[in-house]
Design a protein around this ligand. Sequence first.
Ligand SMILES: [Zn+2]
Ligand SMILES: [Zn+2]
Length: 218
Amino acid sequence: MPMIVGVGAAVTTLLVLRALRRRLSPVVTSKLACRCGKIQGEISAIRQDSIRIHCYCGDCREYAKFIASLGEQGDTTIGEYGDSRLVQVCKSALKITQGHELIKLARKAAKPDGKGQLIMHRYYASCCSVPLYNTVDFLGFVGVFTDFLDEHCMEYAGPIRMFPEEALGAPPNPEADVSFPDLFWKQLRYLWWRKCGPFDYTQEPVYWASASDTKKDD
Ligand SMILES: [Zn+2]
Ligand SMILES: [Zn+2]
């Protein structure tokens, strides 16, 4: 019994410390603008709850190439080592103040059985063909591309890396690995806000996985 009380006290202390740290953590605001400037917005999020992520996965690269191809532009958001750079914030932290109607939805593919689609919702600027942010309808976070945020986005913690095994080459100063307990905790914390934010999940998506088959002109 004393053992259980001891564990309980330790967990309570940890939660209180975490809450305190969060309370003391500054709110960082970073303005968002697509490449051509027609879409404007901002993220404003508690530093403690947010994290910059460098994602090296092949999916993010394919997606970035597809979006650039819609505008027939050569330069993509893909970094030197095949990385995409995002900051992950609570959905309620993202606001779009201008150009909402220009934001379009892209998804990887419809599920093979025709029932629903693969999970990630990726939103992009149709005016200038750049990716803006990625999310999932039933989770509470959104990953916003730092390419289209102002320099204040660098004040968020991180970066951490995801899928380093899919990187193109070896970055000389590799980021810290993602901490899955921390990530999981944040996912739980954010769940309350899963219905927040400027996301239209019902929009007819463009599919990027088989780009040549499904490319649309809109
Ligand atoms: Zn634009
Ligand atoms: Zn990725």
